[in-house]
Design a protein around this ligand. Structure first.
Ligand code: ZN
Ligand code: ZN
Length: 438
């Protein structure tokens, strides 16, 4: 039993925690550290996944309650890597990581064969680096900076940097902690909030914390096929207009159009029965979200619809109901409301963007709390997943004593009984801009 084990920092990778243990106890031999942690000198140090979690868990101080399940879910990349895998594969991965080696898993999950580039170095975010030094006095490797396919920090939107630590090159039996030398200070600019790399990073990071319930590969295939047809990508009775899909996907993503019928996108649209990289699921999911479903007899598709409230536990789960419809400017508008209090409207036309009508009590509660804690405007906006302007307006409306400068007064615009504003109203306080990243 280990008398000491460092406390885990926010979203810290297990590899990082073990590396900090090695450093804090002043051990010089990586083999002795493996012995202390696992009781086995031949265990391999894993960055994305770590094996032998059972043996590790048994040696950790019991009051920390770091069970193999918790280690797996909270500090490895497993929830992301298996997010779109069926229950039996998830179970096999879990068993393998509890008792044995992790190396075969990326091959089994189809990640090794995928074209998605794998980082060779451990990565860090320059903005997180500064915050870590202020808050903890040391650096650590964050899980959501190591996600294959993610290129920016989900929190700051800043491009991730390669550290000088390349686990493949330093041997498989040592854990290297992040420090100010291997993560040199660099300046970096934030992305624009709605940029695709940032949306991808946020959604991938969310998969770490709340992966979807397991579904079979056939169920995923049928779901995508159905959702694409709902969005007007159908052809004939049961097929997909692959050419249109590929063209629209390219214009949405800003990437060159993929050619041929054997692209991952074409394969995913074809009721696929093979595994795809989580990044590809995330990209297709974002693409589908950017296109409103249109079906003749069900103009908004079939409900219930996924919750779009990033603060709700059931985010992404199909729990939202259609509360009513009306016409506005010749378009059919549906108003959707969720049990968490989040309300949005959507026009029944392809590509319609949701308008948020009410961010709900969770938002107000969290806003009150953050302002009470003295959080800054940008930090608050990040924590709530909205634009700073939305935070300002809501803080003002709630009469909160916020530390930032107040807005100039603006005329009061009354709400209509439906909760929607009349179509002529230009600005909808805290509405359109509140949707970034959701
Ligand atoms: Zn960051
Ligand atoms: Zn909800």
């Amino acid at each position: 039993m280990l008398p000491y084990f460092p406390p885990a920092y926010s979203d810290e990778l297990l590899y990082s925690l073990l590396a900090r243990f090695h450093r804090h106890v002043g051990e010089t031999s990586p083999k002795r550290t493996l012995d202390a942690l696992f009781g086995n000198r031949s265990v391999r140090a894993g960055v994305l996944l770590q094996g032998h979690l059972q043996a590790l868990s048994e040696r950790l101080p019991p009051h920390r309650e770091l069970t193999p399940e918790r280690l797996l879910a909270d500090s490895t990349l497993t929830p992301y890597l298996t997010a779109f895998q069926p229950a039996d594969v998830r179970l096999a991965v879990r068993n393998a990581l509890f008792l044995g080696h992790a190396e075969w898993i990326t091959v089994r999950l189809g990640l090794a064969a995928s074209r998605v580039q794998r980082a060779t170095a451990l990565r860090y975010c320059p903005a997180c680096r500064s915050e870590m030094l202020v808050r903890y006095g040391e650096l650590y490797w964050r899980r959501d900076h190591q996600l294959p396919g993610v290129t920016v920090c989900p929190e700051h939107g800043v491009r991730l940097q390669d550290s000088t630590v390349c686990p493949g090159a330093i041997g498989q039996h040592s854990f290297i902690a992040a420090d100010e030398d291997n993560c040199p200070k660099v300046s970096s600019d934030a992305q624009d909030d709605a940029s695709i790399p940032w949306m991808v990073a946020k959604r991938c990071a969310r998969l770490l914390r709340s992966p979807p319930p397991p579904m079979s590969l056939r169920e995923w295939g049928e779901r995508y096929h159905h959702e694409l047809r709902q969005r007007g990508f159908g052809k004939g009775d049961d097929r997909i207009d692959q050419r249109r899909l590929s063209r629209d996907f390219a214009s949405w993503s800003g990437e060159p159009e993929m050619s041929g019928t054997e692209t991952w996108l074409a394969a995913m649209a074809r009721k696929h029965r093979k595994a795809f990289h989580p990044l590809q699921h995330v990209l297709l999911g974002l693409f589908l979200d950017a296109h409103a479903p249109v079906v003749e007899d069900a103009p908004f598709g079939r409900g219930p619809w996924p919750c779009r409230n990033p603060l709700a536990e059931h985010y992404g789960q199909p729990v939202v109901q259609l509360a009513g419809t009306h016409h506005e400017g010749g378009k059919l508008i549906g108003q959707f409301s969720c049990s968490c209090g989040y309300v949005f409207s959507l026009a029944a036309v392809p590509g319609s963007k949701p308008r948020i009508l009410d961010l709900g009590p969770l938002f107000r509660q969290r806003l009150r709390q953050l302002v009470g804690e003295g959080a800054g405007l940008r930090t608050t906006a990040r924590a709530l997943d909205v634009e700073p302007g939305t935070v300002r307006r809501h803080a003002e409306r709630l009469g909160l004593d916020a530390p930032w400068t107040p807005l100039k007064p603006r005329p009061h615009v009354p709400r209509s009984p439906r909760g929607c504003l009349p179509p002529a109203a230009p600005a909808r306080p805290g509405v359109q801009e509140g949707f970034a990243g959701a």
